[in-house]
Design a protein around this ligand. Structure first.
Ligand SMILES: Nc1ncnc2c1ncn2[C@@H]1O[C@H](COP(=O)(O)OP(=O)(O)O)[C@@H](O)[C@H]1O
Ligand SMILES: [Mg+2]
Length: 295
């Protein structure tokens, strides 16, 4: 169904929103009647602008991946809807590309063929040019004929990013794409993704449980709470890129986000908007990346 922009419409969507999440609720029904249903998302409303980089943070298990999978057309919401450019998302779309934590690349294809997999070009020469461009962009020039098993985790993730970008997506959904990498590689890839995004200006919905990562990357950070999860805050990061996490404004925003999630820097639960601290602790403990990780 395509909704027309109608000046008399009661639709509250702002004209520049690329992705609009409206009144979204999600419950996973238990197939076994003796087990309770899992209430995951409650009343999620969010608009993402064209070319905006939005990070979604929240404790492990709060429903971040669920939200991304609904937006990507893989799961159907219990109620409410996601629209991308006014079209209700009902199924996956080849213009909306997912980047996962790992195993996104095809092990039986070399780097070039992985990157070229989704490239729609009429001639081989054009296709080759696109592949070369993105292989270079992610710093893998010279590795075109190399197979994924011969690459480090960080390099494989670069292949994955190049593969996604070469398909010329409209929207990129990234679900903890650096989660399996070591800290230094993660830092490097964040810097690279920032540069690439500045050049390409794709609309990005990026899920992470790493608050630092979110502050470093995002135009806005959507902070979710423990399941059943609501949006607790949406924080604009108006710090020029590339961002230094020691920048006082970055520190302030990070502290604020930890506060909203009910955590201090050590990952310990703190008082939070009327929610019992102990209640928060079990799921968040050790799963939200904190300052200790940076040392
Ligand atoms: N397909 C599914 N069926 C049933 N429960 C699910 C399914 N996918 C996720 N869940 C449950 O929904 C909750 C949120 O999961 P998820 O969205 O993966 O959290 P996050 O990405 O924030 O860690 C978890 O309790 C998880 O067990
Ligand atoms: Mg997840």
């Amino acid at each position: 169904m395509i909704m027309q922009m109608n000046p008399h419409s009661t639709e509250t969507r702002s004209p520049r929103a690329k992705i609009a999440v409206r009144d979204l609720w999600m419950t996973f029904k238990s197939p076994d009647k003796t087990k309770p249903d899992v209430h995951v998302l409650e009343d999620i409303n969010l608009e993402i602008l064209d070319g905006e980089f939005v990070c979604i943070v929240g404790p492990s298990g709060c429903g971040k991946s669920t939200l991304l999978n609904i937006a990507g057309g893989f799961f159907q919401a219990t109620s409410g809807a996601v629209r991308i450019e006014d079209k209700v998302v009902t199924a996956p779309d080849s213009r909306h590309i997912f980047i996962f934590q790992e195993n996104g690349v095809f092990p039986w294809l070399n780097v070039e063929d992985n990157v070229g997999f989704g490239v729609k070009r009429s001639t081989m020469a054009e296709r080759k040019k696109v592949v070369e461009h993105y292989v270079e962009m992610v710093g893998l020039t010279g590795f075109g004929k190399t197979y994924p098993r011969e690459l480090s985790g960080g390099m494989r993730q670069r292949v994955e990013i190049a593969r996604a970008l070469a398909a010329e997506p409209d929207v990129l959904f990234m679900d903890e794409p650096f989660g399996a990498l070591d800290y230094l590689t993660r830092l490097r890839l964040r810097a690279e993704v920032t540069q690439i995004w500045q050049r390409e200006r794709k609309t990005v919905m990026f899920v992470t449980h790493d608050v630092d990562e979110a502050v470093q990357l995002a135009d806005r950070v959507v902070v979710m709470g423990k399941r059943p999860s609501r949006i607790r805050d949406i924080v604009a990061v108006e710090v020029p890129r590339p961002r230094d996490l020691d920048d006082p404004e970055c520190r302030r925003l990070r502290d604020h986000i930890f506060g909203v999630m009910g955590l201090d820097h050590s990952g310990r639960a703190t008082e939070i908007r009327g929610v019992g601290a102990a209640e928060e602790e079990d799921e968040t403990e050790g799963k939200v990346v904190n300052l200790a990780d940076r040392r």
